[in-house]
Design a protein around this ligand. Structure first.
Ligand SMILES: [Zn+2]
Ligand SMILES: [Zn+2]
Length: 284
């Protein structure tokens, strides 16, 4: 049996997010055309404060208020599409978190206001510095943390706090911190980093949550998805499910690298009987 086409993380559009093109409807239609069985639409949350608007967003005239309005509109359009496509494809409507100052109260309030089907818990900031941007920002974070190893440790500690506080049904691009580090394979296996990875995976297991097997890593210059193979093995040992996420930004990202991702998961020994986010969470 061939694995069903699914994506647990993505659907970022130009309309409601940071993609270069596409409306959410165009993206959803593309998923349906490509025969996806189910798809999670997980747009980024609006910032917790004006400090976390990116320079180009301020330049484009965005404000906290305009971002909140856009997010409200996102939920209403996504829910409409969820209903309209009901007979063709299952759509789950969620959002993707941040981890900067004030995030816990902010995410909790968005969660109770918008009632998402699930959330993707993602860390894009350490010490309030974005580690998912240009290399200069990453270098700045390395400097402030006092070295790359220390930054990795802080990233996984930040992630643990997020998982513990928010109990996200899905954890997004678990090892994103490796993005600008050519020596990451060795680093992920150094004891103080590896023990944090194990601790976080055990927490994910305890919550019944799922790892986003994030295929956009290939688009960011990586040679393997997030998570990396050593973490994938650990997740398999611990019984943490991994489900592909194309993290699509616009229609061109829909299903991108999915076959490759499914092949890696299958070869590693993962089930392709993909669990739906939220189906197993919070059971205990
Ligand atoms: Zn992300
Ligand atoms: Zn994303």
């Amino acid at each position: 049996m061939t694995a069903a086409r699914v994506s647990i993380h993505g659907g970022h559009s130009k309309e409601f997010g940071d993609a270069n093109d596409s409306t959410l409807e165009e993206i959803v239609r593309t998923y349906a055309d490509k025969g996806f069985e189910w798809v999670g639409i997980t747009e980024h949350i609006p910032p917790a404060s004006g400090d976390f608007l990116f320079p180009w967003e301020i330049e484009a005239g965005q404000t906290l208020e305009s971002r909140m309005e856009r997010f409200t509109e996102y939920f209403s359009v996504a829910r409409r599409l969820q209903r309209e496509y009901r007979d063709f494809m299952r759509i789950l409507v969620g959002f993707e978190t941040e981890s900067y100052t004030g995030y816990i109260a902010h995410v909790n309030s968005l969660r109770s206001r918008f009632q998402p089907d699930y959330i993707v818990g993602s860390v894009h900031h350490v010490r309030d510095i974005c580690i998912d941007g240009p290399p200069e920002w990453y270098a700045q974070a390395v400097e402030e943390a006092g070295g790359i190893d220390a930054l990795f440790c802080e990233y996984f500690d930040q992630q643990y706090e997020l998982i513990d506080e928010l109990e996200p049904e899905v954890v997004g691009h678990f090892d994103l911190i490796r993005m600008h580090d050519r020596d990451y394979r060795r680093r992920l296996e150094t004891p103080e980093i590896e023990e944090r990875i194990r601790r976080n995976l055990e927490k994910i297991k305890e919550l019944g949550s799922i790892l986003d097997f994030n295929l956009r890593a290939f688009e960011k210059g990586g040679s393997e998805p997030y998570v990396s193979s050593s973490i994938l093995e650990m997740a398999l040992d611990l019984g943490v499910p991994c489900v592909p996420g194309d993290d699509s930004h616009g229609v061109t990202g829909v299903g991108l690298h999915l076959e490759k991702g499914i092949e890696v998961l299958t070869q590693a020994g993962f089930s392709t009987d993909w669990p739906l986010p939220g189906a197993t969470a919070h059971e205990n």
